[in-house]
Design a binder for this molecule. Sequence first.
Ligand code: GTP
Length: 204
Amino acid sequence: MTEVKLAVLGGSGAGKSALAVRFLTRRFIGEYASNAECIYTKHLCLDGRQIHLEIYDPCSQPQRGKLCLTDELHWADGFIVVYDISDRASFAFAKALLYRIRESHIGACKKMAESSVFLVGNKQDLCHMREVGWDEGQKLAIDNRCQFCELSAAEHCQEVVAMFTKVLRAITSNFRVKEKRRPSGSKSMAKLINNVFGKRRKSV
Ligand SMILES: Nc1nc2c(ncn2[C@@H]2O[C@H](COP(=O)(O)OP(=O)(O)OP(=O)(O)O)[C@@H](O)[C@H]2O)c(=O)[nH]1
């Protein structure tokens, strides 16, 4: 069983919970409690490999008053950074998040770290209220060497599943590279740090 930890980050109301729940249940639920962070867990099979997935969905970052991501950056194997295409402030927040993630990966194998970060422009169904162009999202992704797509958690079930699947594939293929490099039995610092943090868990 491979353990994968994925953090879904983004500004308040960007659609983090909607995306996670859409992937896990294939359903879109209109409203979610936004005052609590949680970790969803799910077992799934990807390319014949059994995966125990944990998805971290934080409460709204701005309410914390600062961009303090130290725990998340250590905990996660990969990141989905979400913004709302109809909200420019959420795009600026996504930009700051990507910068923090990139900063934290300095020293790690660059190519491996980059492939497990996905920038997502959510709420594509609201394109009549668009404040952030597709090309701006694409450019931000290129600048940060991460994957990019626009979609709608509300309307695009297949696209959401495909996006999560791509991130999971990138993460598991990074694991395979790391397994080859690292002597067996050694534990990563991230795993050790993870044992210290107790986050609320939900099974879906
Ligand atoms: N039109 C539209 N609304 C969406 C979409 N995704 C999410 N929403 C709505 O946007 C609002 C915020 O969605 P959440 O999933 O709670 O966003 P969040 O990023 O988890 O929000 P916080 O927990 O407050 O940080 C809710 O009213 C959702 O129904 C989408 O693709 N299209």
